[in-house]
Design a binder for this molecule. Structure first.
Ligand SMILES: *Cc1c(COP(=O)(O)O)cnc(C)c1O
Length: 393
């Protein structure tokens, strides 16, 4: 249970890992919804979906309760079920794997490309495909695109669904040097379905919230049905007089977003481009300082133009050095984290086994995530880097 003590202690970070860009516009949006006396899914959700679909450049955006619900509905919409396998990166948040198990399927953990590019390796995807493979989930680590041209080709050739966990990548574009058909498209619109989260620490934050995006009408239809109990109309439709009753066409869930969160999301959407730009500038600043550290690996260095700047992760030369850096920053009341432990190594996934995950495990042992948020200042970046240098000298 959170009490006053724990609330105080979370405020004791001098530089937190992430921080919201929230102000008068968000307050006004929340007030507008409160005063409208329509709190559940209604006009704000509809507007948020329209605006989000326009941003990503897709036919359909379906707002949901959180990013995990987005993944769950995506699996169900492409028909992942008992006996199926879902290939996914071993370095990821646990949601994609948990939802795989939730639909009765087996997660198959694939290796990342390497310490400098901790996204799923296309060759490992290809190697992991079996007759039971139903879907591949990619995760654009830190908002930097996976190798989508190769992965998309593999999935298309093998008739496997491609789902993007784009929770880190909102507002980022895919840049393809060969100028193929994916060039310039937004992350989340590169496969069959894209999943987003609006959790408090994401680039577009509403507290809880998520979105499913797709160009496929049948997929969108199934996601909409399953989002709200399988019911054929929403309370909002009936309130507006568009319908007076409902049918139940599938066995669904209650994964709806509500108007309060959607109103916040619409404000955050307007701030996204500017805030992602600031994040990219700060990442460049980190890279400038950290490039001077021998044997430290800077994932995606030089690729800031192609990312959302969601995370600032760096890989220490060893487990010891990572511990020294984390300790020194904690002493200075600077928050750090790890994105992520190797999912296959969590107790809850031991029964599924794992293949060669050498890079993934090394990454999990040596990576550290440093503070990054739009209002972080360049002096603070410099201080973080100086403390790491001193601690590891
Ligand atoms: C945040 C996140 C999720 C889960 O989103 P929730 O909204 O917290 O359910 C899933 N995958 C990744 C990569 C994330 O960062």
């Amino acid at each position: 249970m959170p009490n006053e003590r724990t609330i105080l202690s979370t405020c004791e970070w001098r530089i937190p890992l992430s921080d919201l860009d929230y102000g008068a516009e968000e307050e006004e949006a929340a007030l507008r919804v409160v005063r409208s006396k329509w709190l559940s899914a209604g006009p704000e959700v509809e507007a948020f979906e329209r605006e989000f679909a326009a941003l990503i450049g897709v036919r359909h955006a379906i707002a949901v309760a959180n990013g995990t619900a987005a993944l769950h509905l995506s699996y169900l919409a492409v028909g992942v079920g008992p006996g199926d396998e879902v290939i996914q990166p071993a370095i990821n948040f646990v949601a994609a794997a948990n939802m795989t198990v939730a639909v009765g399927a087996t997660p198959v953990f694939a290796e990342i490309l390497g310490l400098g590019e901790p996204t799923i390796a296309p060759a490992e995807v290809e190697r992991s495909i079996t007759p039971r493979t139903k879907a591949v989930v990619v995760m654009h680590y830190g908002g930097y695109p996976c190798r989508m041209v190769e992965i998309e080709r593999i999935c298309r050739e093998r008739g496997v669904s491609l789902i993007e966990d784009a929770c880190h990548g909102v507002g980022a574009r895919y840049l393809d040097e060969d100028k193929g058909r994916l060039d310039g498209k937004m992350l989340g619109s590169l496969g069959d379905i894209g999943c987003f989260s609006f959790f408090s620490n994401k680039n577009l934050a509403t507290g809880e919230g998520g979105m499913v995006v797709t160009d496929q009408d049948d997929v969108a239809h199934r996601v909409r049905l399953l989002r709200s109990h399988g019911m054929t109309t929403l309370t909002w439709d009936r309130h507006q007089g568009h319908a007076s009753s409902y049918g139940v066409a599938a066995n669904g869930y209650n994964y709806r977003l509500d108007d309060l969160h959607a109103a916040l999301g619409r404000v955050q959407l307007r701030k996204l481009a500017k805030n992602n730009e600031r994040r990219r500038g700060l990442v460049e600043e980190y890279w400038r300082h950290l490039a001077l550290f021998p044997r430290w690996v800077l994932p995606f260095v030089g690729k800031s133009a192609a990312g959302s700047g969601h995370l600032m992760a760096v890989v220490a030369p060893g487990i010891e050095k990572r511990a020294q850096a984390a300790h020194a920053l904690k002493e200075a009341r600077i928050q750090t984290s790890l994105h992520y432990p190797c999912v296959a190594d969590f107790e809850a996934f031991h029964r599924f086994g794992s293949g060669r995950l050498k890079h993934s495990r090394t990454f999990a042992d040596r990576a550290i995530t440093l503070p990054l948020f739009p209002t972080l200042r360049a002096e603070q970046v410099e201080e973080v880097c100086r403390l790491i240098r001193e601690a590891c000298a």
